[in-house]
Design a protein around this ligand. Structure first.
Ligand code: GP9
Ligand code: MN
Length: 642
């Protein structure tokens, strides 16, 4: 016992300095989450372990550097957490999102937010400089105090460390503390998640708040910086040439008869969570699943063969494709990876043409990194969770769609006209939870549906009511007649609902689950009727531009779907990124099971008559080139703002 106490005392005598700094660091990370209310309690154990590991990693090596470098090292290293914690604190207070390492590439543009940032400065920032102040203080104290200097470690640095057994012991201790801190996080996460890769890949991609909750903001920022440094998606001169040639070969956009037919109308986009086309015009147990949407589909123009070819970014990819008319990326999420880049997005184009532009969504702005990319897309303001009150918790995101729409209406009324507003719903998000009194579909106890499918039908039924009420509210508020409304599903439901309902509406069965409804409501116009031509999220942008009479930029890969005949719906292989299927009014192509063109299927449409593969070659080549050009433009930041 005595021996242990003596050993402990010895360790403390040697290691007290980095330990104090590591503890300060852990407390700083804790305060960051506590003050900003980022999962302060839920993941505290993981966060303490991960921040302690990083604290030891940052400050532990001070025991290995030479005597003269000791204090400069401490000051230099302390600058890193001080800067990250302070800047992230100000940025989160300002935007509700976390600054990514890639922001360093655009640091110059940050000047614009300095005046706002100044107003957010407060006494808490002093705590984020505690490590730095302590390092400077101990340097001064050491310089002044001979006793302090005498107690200081003596070493000749790394070379000496290599031959010094105690230094080996220190290096070993630092390494094991670091490994056990991160190891703990890894193990707990592995127990929580089915697939550990999701923790570090998708976990980081969609929910930065969760990552900061579990590992702390400094771990978040440094791992993001590491990922950026290791990122291999660089474009070269040949890629840039490819894009130039591709653009040069694109036929000019030809004006059609309805160009400008909805000039100056407000544009209201309603992006509905997990709304799959399979539930439209369908009954379950004798009840219409989406009676309001069915009615609206008859009032306006309904696209029954419309697709959402999302990648790992799901909702964010739906937004990305719809707002940019660019392809989503198969292996990463543009909203996260390329948030600070230039885009000629629809909100930006409309803003340039006299519109005010808004996004409305009931989640926190750090989710899907919206806080960082929205300004780049041209939204001048976005309303998020903090801008809504939650009268009762409904669904997994708390704010029910009815409350969301009800509270969004006055926001729309207050917007300078004309406006573009994108409303993104939440309640029909997995795991499809809804309080019992709001479950108004009758599903018999002996139903063959899975619990997930039952929940899905209930939440979609609820959201359908919410949309029906919202359209009525728009009418009452006098906003409906002078607007064009787009209602569409962001992506499929991943529940197998199409199979369960026996819906087979797509030429290729594997595309069925990515088929979502698109309804355009344009009162007092010719935009009516059912459209069976294949279309996708990429076609929204050129369609809106055409209807409003605004020339779209060249970086638009979709087509006018209201009266165009050259619309194409493309899906990609999410592993290789190659073109998986191409649907046009006349042809339907699907790659073989091996992803190859030659082993695929080519059909004449409508009618599905098998054709020789040659018949699909040119459309396949054209779309392969389009996908490649789009990817290069996104990855190489080759799009110029409007
Ligand atoms: C969260 C919501 C859901 O803000 O948009 O995103 P998802 O999980 O469907 O991609
Ligand atoms: Mn979604």
């Amino acid at each position: 016992m005595l021996k242990i106490a003596r050993a402990l005392r010895h360790v403390l005598k040697v290691c007290w300095l980095p330990l104090v700094f590591a503890i300060i660091f852990v407390v700083q990370n804790f305060l960051f989450n506590y003050w900003l209310k980022i999962e302060p309690g839920e993941f505290a154990g993981r966060r303490v372990a991960a921040t302690a590991a990083l604290g030891v990693l940052l400050y532990g090596p001070v025991l290995l550097v030479g005597k003269r470098l000791k204090y400069p090292y401490l000051v230099g290293v302390s600058l890193v957490p001080t800067a990250i914690l302070s800047v992230e604190y100000l940025y989160y207070s300002y935007s509700g999102g976390f600054l990514q390492a890639s922001a360093l590439l655009y640091a110059g543009e940050g000047v614009a937010i300095i005046p706002t940032a100044k107003t957010l400065v407060n006494w808490r920032l002093a705590f984020f400089a505690a490590g730095l102040l302590a390092a400077i203080g101990s340097w001064i104290a050491a310089a002044c105090s001979a006793r302090f200097a005498a107690n200081a470690l003596h070493s000749d640095g790394w070379i000496a460390a290599a031959v010094n057994r105690r230094k080996f012991a220190v290096a070993g201790a630092v390494a094991s503390l670091v490994l056990s801190g991160y190891g703990y996080l890894f193990l707990v996460e592995r127990n929580d998640q089915e697939n550990i890769a999701n923790v570090f890949r998708h976990g980081q991609l969609y929910n930065a708040g969760g990552v900061v909750g579990k590992s702390g903001i400094v771990n978040f920022f440094l791992s993001d910086a590491l990922a950026l440094a290791l990122h291999a998606d660089k474009v070269n001169a040949a890629d840039e040439n490819f894009v130039q040639n591709f653009k040069a070969q694109q036929p000019p956009v030809v004006s059609d008869t309805d160009v400008g037919s909805l000039k100056w109308r407000n544009v209201i986009m309603i992006q509905v969570e997990s709304l799959e086309n399979a539930v439209i015009n369908q009954k379950y147990n004798g009840q219409e699943i989406t009676p309001n949407l069915n009615k609206l589909a008859k009032t306006g123009m309904y696209f029954s063969n419309y697709y959402s070819p999302v990648g790992p970014g799901t909702t964010a990819d739906a937004e990305f494709m719809t707002l940019n008319s660019l392809f989503s990326l198969p292996n990463t999420v543009a909203f996260v990876q390329y948030a600070y880049d230039n885009y000629t997005a629809l909100p930006a184009l409309l803003k340039k043409n006299g519109y005010s532009t808004y996004s409305l969504h009931g989640d926190v702005p750090s989710f899907w990194n919206r806080a960082n990319i929205y300004p780049q897309l041209g939204y001048e303001k976005w309303f998020s969770r903090a801008d809504y009150t939650i009268p009762r918790d409904i669904g997994v995101y708390d704010l029910g769609d009815k409350d969301f729409f009800e509270q969004s209406l006055p926001k729309l009324e207050a917007m300078p006209k004309p406006f573009m507003a994108t409303l993104i719903t939440l309640t029909s998000h997995t795991p499809f939870e809804l309080p019992a009194d709001l479950q108004t579909l009758t599903i018999p106890d002996d139903s063959d549906l899975t619990w997930q499918q039952k929940g899905y039908l209930q939440t979609v039924h609820y959201t359908d009511q919410a949309i029906g009420e919202f359209i009525d509210q728009l009418k009452t508020a006098g906003l409906y007649d002078n607007s064009v409304v787009f209602i569409y599903g962001d992506h499929g439901s991943f529940t197998g609902i199409a199979d369960a309902l026996g819906v087979k509406n797509s030429v290729f069965p594997d595309l069925q689950t990515s088929q979502v409804p698109m309804i355009i409501l344009a009162p007092h116009s010719k935009i009516k009727g059912k459209k069976t031509i294949p279309a996708s999220h990429l076609d929204v942008y050129p369609t809106v531009a055409d209807l409003l009479g605004i020339k779209p930029p060249q970086e638009v890969f979709g087509h006018d779907m209201v009266d165009g005949t050259d619309v194409v719906a493309v899906s990609r292989n999410l592993v290789s990124g190659t073109v998986n299927s191409v649907l046009t009014a006349k042809l339907a192509f699907h790659a073989g099971a091996d992803g190859e063109f030659d082993d695929g299927t080519c059909l004449a449409m409508p009618g599905e008559k098998p054709l020789d593969m040659n018949a699909c070659q040119s459309i396949y080549d054209a779309e392969t080139n389009a996908v490649k050009a789009s990817d290069i433009m996104v990855k190489g930041n080759l799009i110029s703002p409007p």
